[in-house]
Each structure stands twice: as C-alpha cells, then as structure tokens.
Design a protein around this ligand. Structure first.
Ligand code: HAM
Length: 434
C-alpha cells in the first residue's frame, strides 16, 4: 500500500463537491468585479523564479532537470507566470487587464496547519494601472469574496501598508540597509521580541534606532485615521506622496463601505521581493491562522522580464487557510454527491437497459445502473447510497408485458409505465418525481 506524499491531499467525491461549491462562489464574486479567468502551465523554467521571487521561494522549489537538460520547476506561485504571459502578449491586450486564476501550486515547505506542499491559490491581478483605484479594487474584491462566503468584519482584518513608507522612514533615520531590515520585519511575527531586537542589532542598528523602528511598527490603527496622523508627523516629499496614495486607497475603501475591515499596519512588508508599493494581508481577527491573503503592488516585474513598464497590483489567497477558517466558523459546506436515476435489473434485460441509459442521458439525467448482478434488495440499497431520487426497475417479467416500474425513492410511490413510452420521452415521467 502506498501513502500519499506529506503535505498533499486527496479529495473524495463529497469533499470535491464542497470544494467546487466554495470555488464557484469565489469565481462568481471575482467575475462580478470584471476579472477574466486564465491559466498557465504547471511547469516553468527555473529562472522565472530566480529573478525576483526571493530566497524563501527559491529554497522551496520543486525543481528538476528535464531530459533536454533544462532546469524546470513546478510553479510555487502564479505571479511570475502571469507576468511572463503578459509581457509576451502585451501587444494584443487592451489595458488595464484584469485576470484571475485558481492554480494548483507546489512549495517544499514543512507541512503544518494551513501550510502544505500542494495547494490551490486564487490569484487576481490588475495590470496596466498605477491609479490607487486599482489598489482599492483588488482589496475590495478580497473583502467582498469573503463576505459572499459568509464572513463579516468580526472575522477578518485587512492589514495594509506600503513598502515605500518603511523605506522613507528608514532613510529619515539614516538607515540605508532597507532590504535587510525588510527581511527581519517580515519575520517579526514569527520570532520573540528579544530575537527580533538581536537580528536588528546584528545588522548594525543602534538601540535608539531599534526603539524608533519598534514605535513605527506599532503605530497600527484605523486605516484613514492613521494615515491622517502620519501626514502630520512626516513631512518629507517622498513620504508625503506615499501617504497621499494610501489616503486615496483608504478613502475609496471607506466610500465602498469597507472601512470596518481595514487597518493600517506598517509591520506588513511581505516576504516576496517584487513588491514595490502598497502591500496587504488578510488575517482572521483572532489570529489563530497564518495569513489568508497576501498581495500588493509590483510595478517593475514586467520590465525585469524584458517587457515594457506594466504596473501591477494583485493578491493570492490559499485554499488551505480558507478551509480552516470556514470550518472554524461552521460555514464550510457539507455536500453530498448524488444521481437522479438508478436502473435496477432483474434477469437478462441488457439491451433494454442500454436503450434506457442512452435515452435518459440524452435527456440530461444523471443515471447509473447495476452491472454487478446483485439481487434487487442490494441494488436498492446501492441506489440509496448513490443518493438516487428515482429507481427504475427493469425486469424480464414486466418487459414481457411491455412495462418497467418507476419508484420514487423519497416517497416510496411506485407506478408501472410502458417501456416504449418511457424510452421515447423519459422527462414526461421523471419531472414529476425529481
Ligand atoms: P504568498 O504570500 O506567497 O503570495 O501567498 C499568498 C497566500 O497563499 C498565503 O497567504 C497563503 O494563504 C497561501 N499559501 C502560500 N503558501 C502556502 C502553502 N505552502 N500552503 C498553503 N497555502 C499557502 C504569493 O504567492 C503572491 N504571488 C500573491 C500575489 C499575487 N501577489 C500579487 N499577485
């Protein structure tokens, strides 16, 4: 017997049906926002990720050499693939482009709650606009899709910041090792305060600078109010532009009615290297789980991939954390797969059953039949297990008189019907029962 690989999942039919229901709710919301679905290959050239995804992702790649000697990787995220497509097809596209997809991704991580080696991730991105309304559009879409799944503001918090803000702040403090500090800040929630301070000391921060950084990172609060406070404290031209663009996002989110979901939180910096501006994460309020969404603005990736300047903003949401959060709130659907009609047989009725199967399926019914030569009682038990609404009993004796028997499995009601009439128009008989 083989075990499945660690960090992967099998989905049985009822589990698959529940997942399909959740995904179709997500797709509906995202399409209401005007996003169109795309997909890309599961395998890509290794270099696609080594350019700008960041060390963490590179360490987690499922990479191998193919028979042509190329280094290939299973996709650990979608963003590089989608930018690759965009750069190669930019001429035929009308910008802004709004795309989404729900790819299966692979990362060689240590499997734990909400962290798997194979998972699905909703990605939505807007390409071709630097306008802050595209930032608020993707954040709004994140909020709305969670609301449509049954969450409200007591369950989720959208924490927003801007990487440029931290950059400017550090420059004001006389610190220019921005990338090093950013990496340490990204780990802040996973390490103790003491370790955090030690890491900053190791890269040369003084105690005063560390205190200033701590104060800055702790200045979280209501999105718009925090931005207004910051605009009173920080007056430099660079930082004022960043504050202004955040203010526009905050006002736009308030106008859409999403204020209660959002928090300004400068400790959000995100681990991936390509983000250039606004960044955000969505967490459960109780902070039981890891981030559900991560995203932000990444305006330089298209150029790094050899294309023109194509500003971009988007996010990724993993299905594993979503399922944990929905189960915690008891809103993960319980689905049961079922069929419409089960054909039970008595004696040698193979030819008639074949005709019935074709006719019923051509009329759009979900049909199954007995091909295990079981007795009638066992066939009925199996029909119930399949969740069939109707049982069609086809027996040699009945057929001699030109009849079949239709039983409604919910009410137990039974009627004899002419085989010929049933075969020529099954909907006349089944619409009553189904
Ligand atoms: P990310 O932060 O690496 O961003 O992932 C986004 C979300 O995917 C996470 O918050 C989490 O829910 C889920 N996720 C990530 N890794 C795993 C894992 N090993 N197991 C289960 N779930 C996981 C990105 O991937 C960016 N490319 C998102 C993006 C799109 N930014 C702009 N557009």
């Amino acid at each position: 017997m083989f075990e499945r690989l660690r960090g992967t999942r099998d989905f049985l039919p009822n589990e698959m049906a529940a997942r399909k229901k959740v995904f179709s709710s997500i797709k509906k919301t995202v399409e209401e926002f005007g996003f169109f679905e795309t997909d890309t290959p599961a395998i890509e050239l290794f270099e696609l990720y080594s350019i700008k995804s960041g060390e963490e992702i590179i360490e987690e790649l499922y990479a191998f050499q193919d028979k042509g000697g190329r280094m290939i990787s299973l996709r650990p995220e979608l963003t590089p693939s989608v930018v690759r497509v965009l750069v190669s097809r930019a001429k035929e596209l009308s910008f802004p482009v709004k795309w989404y997809s729900i790819p299966r991704l692979w990362r060689y991580e240590r499997p734990q709650s909400g962290r798997l080696r194979e998972f699905y991730q909703l990605n939505i991105d807007i390409f071709g606009s630097e306008d802050s309304r595209s930032d608020s559009e993707v954040i709004s879409c994140a909020i709305k899709l969670l609301c449509d799944l049954g969450f409200d503001e007591s369950d989720i918090e959208v924490r927003i910041s801007d990487r440029r803000m931290l950059h400017e702040f550090l420059l004001n403090l006389g610190i220019d090792s921005y990338q090093d500090v950013l990496k340490i800040i990204d780990k802040r929630e996973k390490v103790s305060e003491k370790d955090f301070n030690e890491m900053l000391t190791e890269i040369g921060m003084s105690a005063t600078q560390i205190k200033e950084i701590e104060d800055f990172l702790n200045s979280k609060g209501n999105f718009l109010k925090s931005i207004e406070n910051l605009s009173k404290i920080y007056k430099g031209e660079g930082i004022s532009n960043v504050i202004e663009s955040l203010r526009k996002i905050a006002e736009n989110l308030n106008d859409r009615g999403y204020e209660k979901f959002t928090t300004f939180d400068p400790s959000i910096v995100r681990g991936l290297d390509y983000y250039t501006g606004m960044v955000f994460e969505v967490h459960d309020r109780k902070r039981e789980f890891r981030a559900l969404f991560g995203g932000g603005r990444y305006d330089n990736l298209a150029e790094l991939f050899g294309g023109e300047h194509i500003p971009a903003v988007g996010f990724g949401m993993g299905d594993a954390v979503l399922e944990l959060m929905m189960r915690r709130k008891n809103i993960w659907p319980e689905e049961k797969v079922e069929i419409d009609v089960f054909i039970a047989t008595i004696g040698n009725v193979e030819k008639e059953v074949s005709k019935l199967l074709t006719s019923l399926r051509n009329s759009g019914f979900r049909v199954d039949f007995d091909f295990m030569s079981r007795n009638l009682s066992n066939q009925m038990k199996f029909a119930n297990k399949l969740g069939a609404s109707s049982l069609l009993i086809v027996g040699e004796r009945d057929l001699k008189e030109g009849n079949v028997t239709l039983r409604d499995l919910k009410s137990g009601e039974e009627s004899k019907i002419s085989f010929d009439k049933f075969v020529s128009s099954p909907s006349n008989y089944l619409t009553k029962v189904l």
